[in-house]
Design a protein around this ligand. Sequence first.
Ligand code: IPE
Ligand code: IPE
Ligand code: MG
Length: 253
Amino acid sequence: MSMRLPFMKNKQKEEPEQLPPENVPAHVAIIMDGNGRWAKKRGLPRVAGHREGVTVVKEVVRAASKMNVQILTLYTFSTENWKRPKSEIDFIMKLPKEFLHVYLPELMENNVKLETIGDIDALPEHTKEVILYAKDKTKNNNGLILNFALNYGSRYEIMQAVRQMMTDVDSAKLSIEKLDEHTFSSYLYTKGLTDPDLLIRTSGEQRISNFLLWQLAYTEFWFTDVLWPDFNKDILRQAIEDYQQRKRRYGGI
Ligand code: IPE
Ligand code: IPE
Ligand code: MG
């Protein structure tokens, strides 16, 4: 927020954040993309884009909370992002601590519950520690679920689910006859969460990048060219208002 000009701050304060109450997407998922390009455009190192991206996360969490979104899933780090230079990965892995150090009290105040999807055991110890701490601290909050996809890959998630289901069939905990879509879903990281109603991707790319392949079956997609560090609550609001105009048919008429 510190990068904003004072007049923008005032404007933001005055704006009501109420949406038409009908048809607010219960679950919004966002592929926050374009941090590197944002930095490059300014002649800054890529990591400057990641840092600026964190300030946008804060704004979007606040706004989603006020708009009565119930679940906000943010794609933070994919299983493929390990291909990046070590220095960039190291920087990204420090961001949860930076974010939560300042922001955890506000999450508590706003009754936000932090959850994660993805293999957090494979994260550096210092990253994992702060995330587990914040998850535990917020576990009894019953407002917005802020769900970070961290070291998340959908194919890996599905593979793990299959592996676990086969193990459970072997040990007679699961019978093949009982295996249906609902049971399958319960083996995924997203167990207990409804499927996303709206998926937003920034930065002009129009692909899923291994995000929630199973869960996005009937999700509405919304793309913008805006790079993640330039995203804000007004754009979120626009995406949601567009969503509210759509007619979801689920194969019916
Ligand atoms: C998204 O921004 C953040 C992560 C994937 C961690 P990028 O870092 O992918 O930025 P671009 O796409 O290279 O601009
Ligand atoms: C998707 O962005 C992953 C996250 C936003 C965390 P990428 O930048 O990794 O996706 P690709 O490589 O352009 O598909
Ligand atoms: Mg990218």
